[in-house]
Write a protein that binds this ligand. Structure first.
Ligand SMILES: Nc1ncnc2c1ncn2[C@@H]1O[C@H](COP(=O)(O)OP(=O)(O)O)[C@@H](O)[C@H]1O
Ligand SMILES: [Mg+2]
Length: 157
């Protein structure tokens, strides 16, 4: 029979162990902002505390994400970056965000705001453990900002 090869939530941790050094993990996030599909000019790193939990924040002023790219960002092996104006992409395997973010923390939440849409996506080992998930599911919510009622474009899970 033909079956979909599942990805266990435990793989999020296994996959992150490729970074022996946390700064290599941070580099993955910087690379993503610098790559030509995002072309951020600035990048900010900060540390804050949310409900007694240390929280690292990474922010860039690049092109941002919509529902399709947010789903790609939270999936494995999907990268369709190409060279733009001679700038070659650093990321090509579609894994850097997952290995990097999961090396730095157990949970990541991604916020993006662009002209037309606002999106929130979550890759959370804590959440997947709590619900006893046997596969990785990634909640994503996107709003259309051009509509005054800010209606939800898509809600997964
Ligand atoms: N800071 C960002 N801004 C916008 N899109 C991003 C950002 N980081 C990642 N992405 C999107 O998520 C995808 C997956 O990122 P990643 O796992 O690092 O793989 P890769 O860089 O090899 O494509 C990227 O191809 C890009 O579409
Ligand atoms: Mg990358």
């Amino acid at each position: 029979s033909f079956r979909r090869s599942n990805v266990s939530p435990r793989f999020l941790h296994s996959n992150s162990t490729s970074h022996t050094w946390p700064f290599g993990a941070i580099a993955m996030l910087i690379d993503n902002a610098y790559d030509p599909d995002v072309s951020a000019k600035q990048f900010w790193i900060d540390k804050t505390v949310v409900k007694d939990q240390d929280c690292l924040t990474f922010m860039d002023n690049g092109y941002g994400l919509d529902l399709r790219t947010m789903h790609k960002m939270l999936s494995f092996g999907f990268s369709d970056k190409t060279t733009v104006k001679g700038v070659q992409p650093i990321g090509i395997y579609g894994n850097g965000f997952k290995s990097g973010s999961m090396r730095l923390g157990k949970d990541a939440i991604v916020f993006s705001k662009s002209k037309s849409t606002s999106c929130v996506g979550m890759l959370s080992q804590t959440y997947l453990e709590k619900i006893g998930a046997e596969q990785i599911i990634v909640p994503i919510v996107c709003f259309d900002q051009t509509k005054s009622d800010k209606h939800i474009l898509d809600l997964m899970q």
